[in-house]
Write a new protein. Structure first.
Length: 471
């Protein structure tokens, strides 16, 4: 008789750790992997009374209680579609397929509709927290049929990270909403990491601080309003010695070239489609692209003159950098949540932005102290058009923006690349400025393409026969 509560297909790092997390919480978990050796290794190396390995798809599915809950922890893209096709003939109506990988949300919408036609339920679930989070408590973002969420809710809320008694898991919305929220979470993560990297460059190359001092600075920052997972691990990184060179730190031996798995890029592309400015996330993606042009950068370094700037740093330099980072971080989250706002309307998801912020408070990579403030902001006004207009964040932006301006000017004069910090200020000024030049752009568009324009002094849409004044 079937007795397993849930089955996981994919026993790589994330899948095996989630399986063990579920087993720890009393759920009987069936484990299956296309290559049986991986399943055997997991069962042998991490034996658990609630975890059982299966070595054929038929036996795996037969072990599950009805309605069967089958979770896919496999590579996004074609592998997900292939496994779904293999599952369909062996599943019954009412069974549930759960995709816990980093699938593109439009693929999730397509799969949701495809399986619904066959009477099979589909959940696209965003999971953040990496290997450690999967094992001991991630942030979980389930998307799918709201009425059927009750079938997966007990498992996900039990295994998620918790803030007090609150699980870092909540129903997000229909079809692809969960994977969309995870995608933008990763985009915010890109911007956050880039801001910290730019702060590092400033402190190291302008301030002249060594790694020991940098570690102390970030450790101190992590005690205050910048308290977050990323600031904390950054302090640790600067303190980590290289095992091959006890006189230096490992960070200095790591190649200055960063990878990306696509979620940040997806976020930028989607923002362009929706007409939302997330320039900081895009800047972070572009910087990773540039980081891989190592030969071009080497040539440019040799042939393009660097600015000479000998201004001595004031005693307030570290604090100005900290204030700049905090102001820019607020704006990065404002951009990400503006994209959520747009998607909620475009896809009919009715996203709860306060709850989204609340489930990011623990378990995930972007967990930070001020996520509590984001939750409070949307609790006061669920229709807040932009996070910058909340009283708390507005006051902090106004208080810290002069530091952001000073630090960017300093970086420009020193030749230090700060694309994310710069885009934060440009976003701020574009919102603040009474004029951003769009009137001239509309005149140009009407001149060369008769695209029409609106006027400030009367209603309607107009076209002008522009005259050529200079020949």
């Amino acid at each position: 008789m079937p007795e397993m509560d849930i089955g996981i297909i994919g026993m790589a790092v994330m899948g095996s750790n989630l399986a063990l997390n579920m087993a720890d919480h009393g759920f009987k978990v069936a484990a299956y992997n296309r290559t049986a050796n991986l399943t055997r290794e997991v069962i042998k190396n991490t034996p658990h009374k609630n975890l059982e390995g299966f070595y054929s798809m038929q036996e795996f599915l037969h072990s599950l209680k009805s309605p069967r809950r089958v979770m896919l922890m496999i590579k996004a893209g074609k592998p997900v579609d292939s496994v779904i096709e293999e599952l369909i003939p062996q599943l019954d109506k009412g069974d549930i397929v759960i995709d816990g990988g980093n699938s593109f949300f439009e693929d999730t919408i397509r799969r949701y509709s495809y399986l619904k036609e066959k009477g099979i339920n589909y959940f696209g679930v965003g999971i953040s927290g990496g290997e450690k989070g999967a094992r001991f408590g991630p942030s979980i973002m389930p998307g799918g049929n709201k009425d059927l969420y009750k079938h997966v809710q007990p498992v996900f809320e039990a295994i998620s990270a918790h803030v007090g008694e609150e699980p870092c898991c909540t129903y997000i919305g229909d079809n692809g909403a969960g994977h969309y929220v995870k995608m933008v979470h990763n985009g915010i993560e890109y911007a956050d990491m880039q801001l910290i990297a730019e702060t590092y460059l400033l402190l190291r190359h302008v301030g002249g601080f060594d790694n020991k001092k940098l570690s102390e600075i970030f450790h101190e920052w992590n005690k205050g309003e910048l308290h977050s997972y990323l600031i904390g691990i950054t302090a640790d990184i600067f303190a980590e010695n290289d095992e091959n060179n006890q006189d230096g730190q490992l960070v200095d031996k790591i190649l200055d070239s960063a990878g990306q798995k696509g979620t940040g890029r997806w976020t930028s592309i989607q923002a362009l489609k929706q007409g939302v400015d997330i320039s900081m996330i895009t800047a972070a993606c572009n910087t990773r692209v540039l980081s891989n042009l190592r030969e071009e950068r080497k040539k440019a370094s040799a042939e393009i003159k660097a600015p000479v700037y000998d201004k001595k740093m004031s005693d307030s330099f570290i604090e100005e950098v900290r204030k700049s980072l905090y102001a820019a971080k607020i704006i990065a989250y404002a951009q990400g949540f503006s994209l959520y706002n747009s998607a909620s309307k475009e896809y009919g998801w009715d996203l709860d932005f306060g709850k989204i912020a609340s489930i990011f408070r623990a378990g995930c990579i972007i967990q930070a102290e001020f996520l509590n403030k984001i939750t409070e902001a949307y609790g006061k006004n669920k229709n807040l058009p932009n996070l910058m207009f909340d009283k708390f964040f507005l006051e902090n932006i106004n208080e810290n923006q002069s530091s952001l301006r000073n630090i960017i000017c300093l970086a420009i004069n020193k030749g230090i690349p700060v694309p994310a910090l710069s885009n934060a200020l440009q976003y701020l000024d574009a919102h603040r400025s009474p004029q951003i030049g769009a009137n001239l752009i509309q005149a140009q568009r009407d001149y060369f393409g008769a695209h029409t324009y609106e006027r400030t002094d009367k209603e309607g849409v107009f076209h002008h026969e522009w005259q050529e004044h200079y020949k």
